[in-house]
Design a protein around this ligand. Structure first.
Ligand code: ZN
Ligand code: ZN
Length: 344
């Protein structure tokens, strides 16, 4: 089968790889019909996240189950399914508490040895461990484009809002309108937010957030903090999502959130950074961090997508073939696409 492999920073290749085989009784094999390129794939592409050359990348997929071990009860051969970006064992201390994203045995598709040596989904077939937790049947009538968001990007946008306890009638700001930020905008509105202020410096992304129902504010052309003040009688928003993962964004989030409000840092942080603890403490802010517990949220997210409350399909800007992966990565790297979906 063909698979997209990482070679060196700036270089991916489409290579022949052996067909995956079932290894344990709760494994399944999925023939991939659509697979997305994600911002985290770009970290690998740039060499910021290091993986072994020749490793198959990708972690967003929709397809059909072609084989399932005897322990797989929630999906069967022939089912159309979507995958979560990671697997979890379902039995450890963390899984028992529903913290599937912190599973002791957790593995992320397509991220090399450091995240569990699980070959990626940008391939014609993918081996899925713990299929009962990792896979879900795609609801009748849902497109591939929509479904592949449920197991990663929409699940992450949803998590960013869900963990803040945003209430109907509340207010939110979202900093950074990449795919996760745009999904967080939708999740905030679906949670009943009365006002969502969406901040970025790319006009197209601001327009898309506006089309979802948010108030767009240009990061440098306008004054985001003033816009938040004006929209909240000077108080600040109940919830701010930092979907950037940069100290400046985090600082802005702390400043535009109201007293006793919540900052949700869903953007990726890996380094030490300085925070103004005085601001956080005096305002009694709650800070939520970490990557998303997608396995926990995936059923709710699918339900809301099925009901039309969440709809990630406008985010898909490009459809390409798996064989065109090197070009697809180059396009994504040049920020010419919001979401590229590849089909084998
Ligand atoms: Zn991703
Ligand atoms: Zn576990």
């Amino acid at each position: 089968m063909r698979a997209v492999t990482f070679q060196a920073p700036g270089e991916v290749r489409v290579e022949e790889r052996p067909e995956p085989e079932l290894l344990t009784e709760d494994d399944a094999i999925v023939r991939v019909e659509a697979t997305g390129i994600c911002g985290s794939d770009l970290h690998i592409y740039h060499g910021r996240v290091q993986i072994e050359p020749g490793f198959t990348i990708g972690h967003e997929f929709v397809g059909t189950v072609t084989a399932a071990g005897p322990g797989v009860s929630r999906a069967a051969e022939g089912d159309r399914v979507l995958g979560c970006y990671c697997s979890a064992c379902g039995e450890c201390f963390f899984c028992e508490r529903g913290e599937f994203h912190k599973c002791d045995e957790g593995r992320v598709f397509g991220h090399g040895k450091t995240l569990g040596s699980l070959q990626g989904a940008q391939a014609e077939s993918v081996l899925v461990p713990h299929a009962n937790l990792t896979l879900r049947r795609v609801p009748e009538g849902m497109s591939d484009d929509a479904a592949l968001f449920a197991g990663d990007v929409m699940g992450t946008g949803f998590h960013a809002i869900e963990t803040t306890g945003l209430k109907p009638g509340g207010t939110a700001a979202v900093l950074g309108l990449g795919p996760v930020g745009l999904c967080a905008v939708q999740a905030a509105l679906a949670a009943g937010a009365e006002k969502v202020i969406a901040v970025d410096s790319v006009d197209e992304r601001l327009r898309m957030a506006e089309s979802f129902g948010a108030t767009p504010v240009h990061l440098t052309g306008e004054d985001p903090r003033a816009a938040v003040k004006a929209a909240t009688e000077g108080r600040g928003v109940d919830v701010t999502v930092d979907a950037v993962g940069h100290p400046d964004a985090f600082d802005m989030a702390c400043r535009m959130t109201r007293k006793a409000g919540t900052v949700s840092a869903i953007g990726v942080y890996a380094e030490r950074m300085e925070v103004h603890m005085g601001v956080i403490w005096i305002k009694a802010l709650t800070i939520r961090t970490g990557h998303a517990n997608v396995i926990k949220h995936v059923d709710t997210v699918l339900q809301k997508m099925n009901a039309g409350e969440l709809d990630p399909t406008p985010l898909v800007t490009h459809h390409m073939k798996l064989a065109e992966a090197p070009e697809a990565y180059a396009i994504y790297d040049r920020h010419e696409a919001l979401k590229i979906v590849m089909e084998p």
